[in-house]
Design a protein around this ligand. Sequence first.
Ligand SMILES: [Zn+2]
Ligand SMILES: [Zn+2]
Length: 170
Amino acid sequence: MNYGACDLLYTAYEMKLNFEKHKFIINIINLIELSFLRNFGAQSIVIAVKKDKLMYCFFCGEKNCKEKVLDMYQVPVCDECIKKPISLHYKKKNLNLIYPTQTLINPPSFGKKNEVCYLCRKSFITDEIFENNGFSVSVCDECIKKPDINMKLSNEYFLPMWRRRGQIII
Ligand SMILES: [Zn+2]
Ligand SMILES: [Zn+2]
């Protein structure tokens, strides 16, 4: 089992630090977030794997992963999927629990709007509430449902946003 935490901004918010009023606090928190102190962050991440002689591959779902692969990876990976770049995110030495982008503070909500999918270039309308589904790029419903795409977006395009509780976003 491996675990860690991140998101000191949320911790600061819970401690009543007013980073909306004192914007320099955000810069300080973003710097601390890069150190081991991010373990005091509010978001916990746990990866727990039940070991067996033969396990299902985390990426393709085939039951063909030997226990030994867990010496190098956080999750079971088969010989084929090890060649995919996405597997690098799950290498033990690469475990780096930081967001790929800094948190956006109180961004204006855009709700429903016409967008072009970043991946397939198809036009679509974003969701009124979920907007870009928490990613830094607009991706259509069809693309987002594909497991390999969803995994890539979650690892590389996740965009944390902070908005005040109870704020009306529609
Ligand atoms: Zn696989
Ligand atoms: Zn698409």
